[in-house]
Design a protein around this ligand. Structure first.
Ligand SMILES: *[C@@H]1O[C@H](CO)[C@@H](O)[C@H](O)[C@H]1NC(C)=O
Ligand SMILES: *[C@@H]1O[C@H](CO)[C@@H](O)[C@H](O)[C@H]1NC(C)=O
Ligand SMILES: *[C@@H]1O[C@H](CO)[C@@H](O)[C@H](O)[C@H]1NC(C)=O
Ligand SMILES: *[C@@H]1O[C@H](CO)[C@@H](O)[C@H](O)[C@H]1NC(C)=O
Ligand SMILES: *[C@@H]1O[C@H](CO)[C@@H](O)[C@H](O)[C@H]1NC(C)=O
Ligand SMILES: *[C@@H]1O[C@H](CO)[C@@H](O)[C@H](O)[C@H]1NC(C)=O
Ligand SMILES: *[C@@H]1O[C@H](CO)[C@@H](O)[C@H](O)[C@H]1NC(C)=O
Length: 488
């Protein structure tokens, strides 16, 4: 659906932009050359929606990241659009000027450059935070500047719930575009499987809708294909009537490991590097009000050292799972495997032994994280008439992940290389014993991993065709920094 009104608006804006750039580069009145011209044009046109490094607001905005590493980068200017038309104008301008840019939704992805940029333009969605609940249609329209807790809060009054992020501050746009772990993927699929319409700004500034009936190929590609095709300015998500959920938070001491440690939805094993004490935590939720939640009976039977069960509205649970901005320098590394308790324990033991080698890294917070992908969860995407780019086989998988936090930039390479070597080595053992899956979840991997290598080749080729059709100039491949790019 090409919007005629938007195109007129865009043409008018570009005339203005052209007039501004002519005074900047007098030699060629039609040329806008690069980032600094683009910042100047935006500034003349959008005033205080453009922030330069000299302003206090710029400094505050540049701290608005979960991973401290993202704040090391410094854009030439930031643009805070308020409408999709403004996003379209900006993208058309970036294209015209050949200006490199990056896009930030919630700022949670810990891949420096996925949501910030050196010497380019940051398009930050802070001011696009509308949420519209469509009670009759059982959907919710969400602008890309929201975090998931905002969505749960907006739905709370009607007793509805959406399939999105588990932690309070995870952003809507990034999570929905890369897949999206939620507690209940086993029944409802991933966040991406719950999006019924995307409003998208393409590389030439055109705005289109992508849904089951319109631009179906783009609709498919946006389900896991990340930021390779356009900028989504509105997500319409399915909602489910679930006013209350049953929750459990279980903590285990290390002596209790040895059973089914991989079977929880969200299981973090933290090692205190100072004391050497390890503790495991399962955070689980179950649909409905049966408390304690029966699906966790086998975990409860282990006899956790502490346990807390409750019944509450979803927003209350998610709102308590805080992760602060500027948490630490934080890096992920992960692989996927068939569930195998003995092998997982072996990897865990090796991790514990290996982590002591990095014990002198200041502020090291090493965590071993397990996430589950269930066969039934893969089936949701495969059976809904659209699919998604993952094309997963319908079998149970476990993502095993190292998540490391630390303090000093000087340790970046050391921590990253240690984690990468560890994960690659243990994955190779899994490969040799046919326990490995090559699937890589974008939300749990490091910037040195390539998730497209873990997808069916036919899906990667199809994504490239979609990219050629919707972004022939390669704006999102050549000018847009960040995240996991499809490559050629
Ligand atoms: C002026 O800009 C246009 C469009 O970018 C380009 O084709 C042309 O070569 C430029 N002319 C000069 C003299 O730089
Ligand atoms: C700048 O910061 C002030 C104070 O936080 C805020 O009121 C204002 O809206 C900000 N302006 C922009 C453009 O972000
Ligand atoms: C959520 O809705 C319930 C039921 O209407 C209400 O009791 C509760 O205060 C709401 N919670 C929040 C955080 O708004
Ligand atoms: C590790 O344990 C010590 C002693 O209990 C505590 O002071 C410290 O905060 C812990 N470190 C972390 C990262 O939790
Ligand atoms: C507990 O474990 C047993 C043995 O693996 C299994 O058959 C049963 O379904 C599990 N119960 C739950 C509630 O998951
Ligand atoms: C999407 O369209 C296909 C065929 O065009 C149809 O089979 C399928 O049911 C539709 N799915 C939804 C969710 O509307
Ligand atoms: C923008 O690109 C789309 C996708 O390639 C194309 O359909 C559309 O016609 C283009 N719009 C303009 C104004 O060139």
């Amino acid at each position: 659906m090409y919007s005629f009104e938007a195109s007129k608006f865009l043409a008018a804006e570009l005339l203005i932009v052209g007039a501004i750039t002519s005074s900047v580069s007098a030699q060629n009145s039609s040329t806008c050359a690069g980032v600094s011209d683009a910042c100047t044009s935006l500034s003349a046109h959008f005033g205080d929606q453009i922030l330069f490094p000299t302003s206090a607001n710029y400094s505050a905005e540049n701290l608005n990241y979960w991973d401290v590493r993202s704040s090391d980068l410094a854009s030439t200017c930031m643009f805070l659009p308020t409408t999709a038309d403004q996003v379209a104008t900006a993208v058309a301008l970036f294209n015209q000027c050949g200006a490199e840019f990056s896009v930030r939704g919630g700022g949670h992805m810990n891949f420096p450059g996925s949501n910030n940029i050196d010497d380019g333009i940051l398009l930050a969605f802070d001011q696009m935070t509308s949420i519209t609940v469509n009670t009759e249609a059982s959907t919710v329209d969400v602008s890309p500047g929201n975090r998931w807790v905002d969505v749960y809060q907006a739905l709370n009054a009607t007793g509805a719930y959406a399939i999105g992020g588990r932690l309070k501050t995870i952003g809507v746009a990034g999570l929905a575009l890369i897949g999206g772990h939620h507690y209940w993927n086993n029944k409802y699929g991933f966040a991406m499987d719950n999006v019924v319409n995307y409003e998208v700004v393409l590389g030439n500034g055109t705005q289109v809708s992508a849904n089951n009936a319109t631009n179906h190929d783009l609709f498919w590609a946006l389900k896991g294909g990340a930021n390779n095709f356009g900028i989504v300015t509105k997500f319409t998500m399915k909602t489910h009537q679930v006013p209350l959920i049953s929750t459990t938070a279980l903590t285990y001491s290390e002596e209790q490991f040895g059973g089914d440690i991989g079977a929880g939805f969200f299981n973090t094993i933290s090692l205190n590097i100072t004391t050497g004490v390890v503790s495991a935590r399962i955070a689980g939720t179950q649909e409905g009000t049966e408390s304690p939640p029966s699906r966790f009976a086998n975990f409860t039977a282990i006899g956790p050292v502490s346990s807390s069960t409750n019944v509450m509205p979803p927003v209350t649970w998610h709102g308590a799972l805080k992760t602060s901005d500027q948490f630490a320098r934080v890096q992920f590394q992960s692989k996927t495997m068939t569930p195998d308790a003995a092998r997982l324990i072996e990897i865990y033991q090796a991790w514990k032994a290996s982590v002591t080698q990095a014990a002198d890294v200041e502020g090291l917070q090493p965590t071993f994280v397990l996430n589950v992908i269930s066969a039934s969860g893969a089936k949701v995407g495969n059976n809904n008439g659209v699919g998604n780019v993952w094309g997963l086989e319908e079998k149970n998988l476990i993502i095993w992940q190292l998540s490391n936090g630390w303090v000093n930039q000087a340790d970046d390479l050391r921590v990253t290389n240690w984690a990468k070597n560890f994960v690659d080595y243990h994955h190779s053992i899994n490969q040799a014993s046919s326990l490995a899956s090559e699937f890589l979840y974008m939300g749990d991997i490091g910037e040195n991993q390539n998730p497209f290598l873990g997808m069916p080749l036919a899906n990667v080729q199809r994504m490239r065709e979609v990219r050629s059709a919707y972004d022939p100039a390669g704006v999102f491949s050549n000018l847009n920094w960040g995240g996991f790019k499809l490559g050629h």
